[in-house]
Design a protein around this ligand. Structure first.
Ligand code: GDP
Ligand code: IMO
Ligand code: MG
Length: 431
């Protein structure tokens, strides 16, 4: 691998980023998360055993990696400690030495989760986003409003209590008066967070400093994106987005360190499309084919268990994602799911109010009305599991990859043909 690899979801999340990070992590010294929080669900399958990570970077199963959680992440300490415990029980070594969280991360509290849930339910449900209800949005709001509480504040009890009191007061007013849902209590807060601070302490570090040093020392660094470009707060399908930036530029901000000069920016895209939650999805299939993709692809959320909405590959969406992020290389995952599906449809442009459009637009209600225009490509019946080289891939599968390249201008570097760590093929340019 080059000195840096930035791995970004090129659709609406769940493209298989975790798996691709795990693949590169075999060679990496450091794996860092730079945005999002435990709304992410990154699945790794090693020797048949599945691990789903929400906060800890997806390199952690390789015992030699250092796993850093950068300041751009909103950090739920309870979820983190549970995740550490699960990994410890699974025999993953040296977690206290290897896993570090930035002292600058903003914390997620119960009031963030309650507000998130309140906005998604009851009278306000008509405007719901379909969030993961993990408190991600409200925690980023508090950061921007400068009333957030950071990891470092856990170690200054007076400051922590002052800020917490103000936040509980404000949030309870909203919960009770505006959303008319149960309030949250600050009772036991001191004891609870005194204990959390003690347990978190060995993991807290100046992550930006470590990143700087590692870059200087020529260490190999993986930047692990969460969500996907179409969920970016500015460039996604607003307001049906997450509350952070998912673009590669966030990799620098969220870990406090510019990626090395020699860095590969890699977009991860599924061979078809999925989305969880509300929002426009032009190629969504609400028929038997959509059901088939969900079943064959096991398309159920790794965080919430919700069935994912499924549809044909949307190259307008991917082309746009790669354009706004400057990404020129992709990994195509879940190609195996398309085996035996017959002819495959791929969306190349949309029709909107009688006009052709070739790119994503800012007008979200218009995007809801956009009709996909498809090219039909021949499918393949061969199973892809077990194939380890480009030349053994079915001709139609190679043509499918070539079509992606032609339509997006990107190069397909990797193809993933199964959930397991071993099912990655590096594409040799023979086609
Ligand atoms: P992430 O959020 O981008 O890391 O992706 P998720 O873990 O949420 O969802 C991807 C799902 O697809 C997980 O269940 C993975 O185990 C699985 N997966 C990843 N790559 C492949 C692949 O190439 N083929 C198949 N069949 N499953 C895959
Ligand atoms: P990974 O990293 C897919 C979606 C939610 C919702 C919207 C906002 O596993 O790809 P939020 O809780 O972030 O405020 O929800 O974003 N969403 C994801 N969808 N994969 C994810 O993460 C997601 N994280 C958030 O479903 O539509
Ligand atoms: Mg996921």
């Amino acid at each position: 691998m080059p000195q840096g690899v930035v791995i970004i979801g090129a659709q609406w999340g769940d493209e298989g980023k975790g798996k691709i990070v795990d693949y590169y992590a075999a060679e990496a010294d450091i794996v860092g998360r730079f945005q999002g929080g435990n709304n992410a669900g990154h699945t790794l399958v090693v020797e048949g055993k599945q691990t789903i990570l929400h906060l800890i970077p997806s390199g952690v199963l390789h015992a030699h990696t250092r796993c850093l959680i950068g300041s751009g992440v909103v950090f739920d300490p309870e979820v983190f400690l549970e995740e550490v415990e699960l990994l410890r029980k699974a025999g993953i070594p040296n977690l206290e030495d290897r896993v570090k969280v930035s002292d600058r991360c903003h914390l997620i509290f119960d009031y963030h989760r309650s507000l998130d849930a309140a906005r998604e339910g009851g009278a306000s449900a008509k405007n719901k986003i379909g969030t993961t209800k993990r408190g991600i949005g409200p925690a980023y709001e508090d950061r921007a409003a400068r009333r957030g509480i950071r990891v470092i504040d856990l170690f200054n009890e007076d400051l922590l209590m002052d800020r917490a009191r103000a936040n509980y007061e404000e949030k309870n007013f909203l919960l009770q008066q505006y959303y008319k849902v149960p309030t949250v209590t600050i009772d036991q807060f001191t004891e609870k967070y005194r204990s959390i601070a003690e347990r978190i302490k060995p993991f807290v570090a100046d992550v930006a400093k470590e990143m700087y040093q590692a870059t200087q020392d020529g260490k190999k660094i993986l930047f692990e994106g969460a969500q996907g470009i179409l969920l970016d707060i500015d460039y996604g399908t607003y307001p049906y987005v997450t509350s952070s930036h998912t673009l590669p530029s966030q990799a620098a901000l969220g870990l406090g360190s510019r990626p090395p000069k020699d860095t590969l920016f890699l977009g991860v895209m599924k061979a078809y499309s999925t989305r969880v939650g509300e929002g426009p999805f032009p190629t969504e299939l609400k028929d038997a084919m959509g059901e088939r993709l969900r079943k064959e692809g096991h398309e159920f959320g790794a965080t919430t268990g919700r069935p994912r909405r499924c549809g044909w590959l949307d190259l307008v969406a991917v082309r746009y994602s790669l354009q706004v992020s400057g990404i020129k290389h992709v990994a195509v995952t879940k190609a195996d799911v398309l085996s035996g599906m017959g002819d495959l449809k791929v969306c190349t442009h949309y029709e909107l109010d009688g006009k052709r459009i070739d790119t994503f637009i800012a007008d979200t209600p218009a995007l809801e009305r956009a009709k996909p225009v498809y090219t039909t490509l021949p499918g393949w019946d061969e199973k892809l599991g077990g194939i380890r080289s480009t030349r053994d891939l079915p001709h139609a599968c190679l043509e499918y990859l070539r079509f992606i390249e032609d339509q997006t201008g990107a190069k397909v570097n990797l193809i993933s043909t199964g959930a397991g760590r071993e099912s990655v093929i590096e594409i040799q340019r023979a086609f």
